[in-house]
Design a protein around this ligand. Structure first.
Ligand code: AMP
Length: 606
């Protein structure tokens, strides 16, 4: 398949914002791709050359890409910079550069989808001295063989952000639309797919975390083939995430209501418990019209550490974070203990790694503990000064069988049989409360022990990877800070004039795969923190206008604030009042940031 053909589809996608048209166009692309190309276009249409679980980074900055475009096309660097600023996107500027190039070596070879894919995967492996120059050369080589339209998408692929409006849900629906013929109710937002077809694709993606495999299987073996797909050890799965409880009492009854029958929330992503209006911190859970939650809810300590999943396959043990990055090497004490203490032949375990002070035995703050991920040297020294404990709270796979569709109670039963717990690899603290007072006592104990709060879980619910679900609610003492993405910035005046001191923050809108601004931040950081942040943000600049820069949305900041206001100034419709910088969320990617609907819920609940 010619790369130009893929670029043509990308253009059609970019020019559409109607859901049905997006799904129809993407489905047509999937049908057009032959068997060899289908797995490639499935990721490349989202600007990636690897499935999600592989977490492969190309490590290409916008300045590197700019240099490559200049080299390939011979355009004047300042003119490219102007084109970039005018168009607000380096892909569009590259398109302009190719159209205006005087270079005669352009289009020497025709560019194929497979060729681009292979070249970019190789590029991801360049390391060490000279790797920067090799990357420039490689990207320049690709651009010089691209026509103007292809250059637009090639450059966006290199930068890892396609901007054609295709999110996970669009890919799922398009696979169902293209390849499945399952009777049932029509699926919303699709031309002709059915809800059961979409559900079959969704389940297959949950267990494999790989749309390449899902698309190939759907085409070759239909829904029956998809049903056969299962977890594979070494291929990390997405974590199930909690929503926020509006208080302990309402949290207990709300959790008991969600997910017990089918484990799945409503399609609009709202927790059915929210539909009756905001619930306050009251004791009304005891009122007669509330469902009886007693016995149905597990309250667990919420640890402030690193979410991790362990893949155990005989003697081979691997650890992955919530961002699916492998951290096996960084936690030798945990890996060794798992090797000894897991009695099953194969298992996939979910839990939280928490650092404890080697001397006092108290849990250490996340910022301190996360050094164990960032620092590659002195692993043994850190393991000694900040030893980790792995608090396990789920078992997703056991001796060849996936447990996603088992109830939490059953999964925990299996967990108990799978691991001979000790101090390093232990069960997360939990209780099944039988009164609100009981739950409150447990929660206070957790906070007094230096942990974050509690997580309430429906004991009958299934595991929903990659979702924030209402069957699991977290409760913490204070109004929790938001995790937001930096999308634009402005250089400060005066003393900090070299630094990007005003940062525009955005929440994620998963439906549109876009970022919506909620305010700007200019306090809370030290000069050093700001200098470090500026250095990282400058790598992400996609357009400049005087002292303003537009950024590739990549860095997630944790931000506290005093209040949320409604606002016409920002495209989210909300504005943070008095935001303050708390830290960089190294463990989160841009789409893990808090969503616009979360911001809206918080606004409603103040
Ligand atoms: P947050 O990052 O505030 O959205 O909270 C969700 C995170 O809480 C998860 O990603 C886990 O890393 C963490 N967590 C800590 N303790 C638990 C627990 N017992 N059950 C589930 N998640 C937990």
């Amino acid at each position: 398949m010619e790369y130009a053909a893929l670029a043509d589809y990308c253009r059609q996608l970019e020019e559409t914002d109607a859901d049905e048209r997006l799904v129809a166009t993407l489905a047509e692309l999937f049908q057009t791709a032959d068997d060899d190309h289908l797995p490639l276009v499935v990721t490349m249409v989202r600007g990636k050359v690897a499935p999600r679980w592989e977490s492969l980074e190309l490590g290409v900055s916008s300045s590197l890409t700019q240099a490559a475009v200049v080299r390939a096309t011979g355009v004047d660097p300042d003119a490219l910079e102007d084109a970039w600023r005018d168009r607000g996107d380096l892909g569009a500027a590259a398109e302009w550069a190719v159209a205006n190039s005087r270079q005669t070596t352009l289009f020497a070879e025709s560019l194929t989808v497979a060729g681009v894919h292979e070249t970019l995967r190789e590029l991801a492996g360049y390391e060490g001295d000279g790797s920067h120059d090799r990357k420039v050369e490689t990207v320049a080589g690709l651009v010089s063989n691209a026509d103007a339209a292809a250059a637009r998408y090639l450059v966006r692929t290199v930068l890892g952000y396609m901007r054609v409006g295709v999110g996970d849900g669009t890919v799922r629906d398009a696979i169902a639309e293209a390849f499945l013929d399952v009777p049932g109710e029509p699926a919303p937002g699709t031309p002709s797919a059915t809800a059961p077809a979409v559900a079959a694709v969704e389940r297959a993606f949950q267990v494999t975390n790989d749309y390449r495999v899902v698309a190939e299987t759907a085409r070759a073996d239909g829904a029956d083939g998809l049903a056969e797909l299962d977890v594979e050890l070494g291929r990390p799965v997405e974590s199930m995430l909690a929503r926020k409880a509006e208080g302990l009492a309402s949290g207990l009854s709300s959790v008991a209501r969600v997910g017990a029958e089918d484990g799945v929330e409503g399609d609009d992503g709202r927790d059915p418990a929210d539909l009756g209006g905001p619930a306050g911190e009251t004791e009304t859970a005891d009122a007669t019209d509330e469902p009886d939650w007693r016995g149905r809810v597990l309250a667990e300590v919420k640890y402030d550490g690193i979410r991790a999943q362990a893949h155990v396959d005989g003697e081979t043990v691997r650890l992955f974070t919530r961002r699916l990055v492998e951290v096996t090497e960084q936690f030798p004490e945990v890996v060794d203990t798992l090797r000894e203490r897991v009695t099953a032949e194969t298992a996939l375990l979910d839990g939280e790694l928490v650092g404890y002070d080697g001397e006092t035995g108290e849990p250490v703050a996340f910022q301190e503990f996360s050094r164990r991920i960032r620092q590659e040297e002195n692993v043994a020294g850190l393991a000694e000064s900040v030893p980790a404990r792995f608090h396990l709270f789920d078992c997703l796979y056991h001796d060849g069988e996936s447990l996603f569709e088992s109830s939490l109670s059953d999964r925990l039963g299996v967990l108990g049989e799978t691991v001979a717990f000790d101090d390093t690899v232990c069960r997360a603290g939990s209780t099944v409360p039988d009164s609100v007072a009981d739950a409150r006592g447990f929660y206070r104990g957790a906070v007094d022990d230096g942990h974050e709060g509690v997580v309430l879980k429906n004991r009958a619910a299934t595991y929903q990877p990659g979702r924030r679900v209402g069957q699991m609610l977290k409760h913490k003492p204070v109004m929790e800070p938001l995790d937001l993405v930096v999308t634009r910035a402005h250089y400060s005046e005066g003393r900090r004039s070299e630094l990007l001191g005003r940062l525009y923050l955005a929440a994620y809108d998963p439906d549109a795969d876009a970022f919506r601004e909620v305010g700007r931040l200019s306090t809370g950081y030290t000069d050093e923190e700001l200098a470090a942040l500026t250095e990282r943000l400058e790598e992400l600049v996609v357009a400049r206008d005087g002292r303003d820069v537009d950024l590739r949305p990549e860095i997630v900041l944790e931000v506290e604030y005093e209040e949320l206001q409604s606002s016409s100034e920002y495209d989210s419709g909300f504005a943070l009042r008095f935001p303050r910088f708390l830290g960089v969320r190294e463990d989160l990617g841009p789409t893990d940031a808090d969503s616009v609907s979360r911001v809206s819920e918080l606004y409603e609940s103040q």
